[in-house]
Unconditional design. Structure first.
Length: 179
């Protein structure tokens, strides 16, 4: 019994350590278009913070935070955030797929009955368009079909549902972009 309790406590402790704020290898792209490599600070519990600013530590250990009007893009691992303006406010959008058609994600806070929940919202943009299309998750296939006019074969690979399947959506868009 004591061994079980000990291993349970160890498991909880290591899980807590993994989910805390940490610096990971990453990059930023400054206003001049230069890519600077270093470390970015992430907090898995507050993913929505990634859309407002980036904490960056350069190779000299100097840490600065940047808002979207100062850094064009940033990223780590397979996560890439691009500064864009939607509705008059610049934010970092998580690029799920990029190319002729791009899919972006933003995490928004919704408060109901004094309870906060964080929900993803998705946006599509076709190269050359100035306006992002707000994705209606249950109508994603239809919206994507309108953007891929003349290439219905790609759209048929996506199984429509009530909730957008991010991985499958990225796969379909990337196939279309790489045709």
């Amino acid at each position: 019994m004591k061994k079980l309790l000990f291993f349970t406590l160890i498991a909880i402790y290591t899980t807590t350590l993994k989910s805390q704020v940490a610096f990971v290898k990453g990059y930023i792209i400054n206003e001049k278009g230069d890519t600077l490599k270093g470390e970015v600070k992430i907090n898995p519990k507050k993913e929505q913070d990634n859309h407002n600013k980036v904490f960056f530590k350069d190779d000299k250990g100097i840490q600065k935070n940047f808002k979207p009007n100062k850094v064009k893009a940033w990223g780590y691992d397979k996560n890439h955030y691009i500064a864009m303006d939607l509705g008059g406010e610049e934010k970092y959008y998580n690029a799920i797929a990029r190319g002729e058609i791009s899919l972006y994600k933003m995490i928004f806070e919704e408060v109901r009955m004094n309870e906060s929940t964080f929900l993803p919202e998705y946006f599509l943009i076709k190269k050359g368009d100035k306006k992002m299309t707000d994705v209606k998750q249950s109508k994603f296939k239809k919206q994507l079909g309108e953007m891929m006019s003349g290439a219905a074969g790609f759209v048929s690979d996506y199984e429509d549902g009530k909730v957008l399947d991010e991985a499958k959506a990225a796969e379909v868009i990337n196939k279309y972009n790489n045709r």
